[in-house]
Write a protein that binds this ligand. Sequence first.
Ligand code: DI6
Ligand code: FE
Length: 418
Amino acid sequence: MDGNEISKADAGRPLRVWRNARILTLASPVRGLELIEHGVIVVRGTRIASVGREADMPSALSEAAEVFDCQGRIVTPGLIDCHTHLVFGGDRAMEFEMRLAGATYEEIARAGGGIVSSVKATNALAVEGLISAALPRLDTLLAEGVSTIEIKSGYGLSIEGELNMLRAARALEKVRPVRVVTSYLAAHATPAAYRGRNGDYITDVVLPGLERAHAEGLVDAVDGFCEGIAFSVEEMRRVFDRARGLGIPVKLHAEQLSNLGGARMAASYGALSADHLEYLDAEGAAAMAASGTVAVLLPGAFYAINETQKPPVQALRDAGVPIAIATDCNPGTSPLTSLLLAMNMAATLFRLTVEECIAGATREAARALGLLSEAGTLEAGKSANFAIWNIERPAELVYRIGFNPLHARIFKGEQVSA
Ligand code: DI6
Ligand code: FE
């Protein structure tokens, strides 16, 4: 269904109004965290019809079929987690213990642990099992006001395994009130049978798997892990060339553990985002700015692997690169199911401002998913996804640690329980 069909479907629906709200629209970077006091959000069907001050919208309340009183609470766009590996089997608690005993993430990966061990646990599950495994994680995110989530494949590493992960990701949208966006990440690690033969793995699995997944309508974007322990810039080009041929946007895990120039290469394909970026240099930032590629910062992974190199936040700002924040929820390097905590970490560890953190989990996260025309801000025409919070100041969303101030979540114009 495209946007026009939706608005046609919404056209005859009654108006519903949320009033007495202090609204953070995030619509304009210039107005920053300015609140609309005594604000009103008018919703028709699944979409926002208008947003403004009650005093300026005299007819809004009288025409409404239903009026909800926000009782002076702050309302933001529904949060968007734009980088997760939410679907997987098993866990990696044992590796966590190994790291505490001194092993590094790269050593564990090279010894056959790491991503490859999650592949075994993931491929042991059918689609139903993958859905069940992911649901508790998804519910935790939704309970914090998340309305849109990106979910990657990448723990199948076989054509069927990758397809099953993407089918599970798509199915989550049917069983919970959430928008799911998928990324095909077969180029995440090399399975044991292809050790040392990345090129063959790309030829035999990654490229034909992409064709299959795309034909099934399972792929919204193509991703890769560009790293010394994973895929080189040249190998990723082969994958991106195929994505381009199929008309699918790309994104990349780049410069997480070393600087291979992945972000620059991704930018040359007009990538939606380059993610992690701890080792990004000024040249990479300039390339991202020129292509409008969003920097997705993942402080949960930085924290969990005890990284000390911080992403070059000031260089990103200076170059004018949009910055988003996500959980990177995954069993290895970021077993994190709190976007609010990721925002707190981005502020405390990376020194992002409160405004950057809130925009990073709303407007800029939508941009990173190519969804800015329908999500990420509270503006007429967008999906009526918002979060109502028990807070006095926007900064409370970022400042608290391990506290969930969500009062209610509205998804497509309906209040939903989680
Ligand atoms: N970078 C990460 O941090 C995760 N994937 C990636 O490409 C790690 C995934 C894992 O260790 O299971
Ligand atoms: Fe990741």
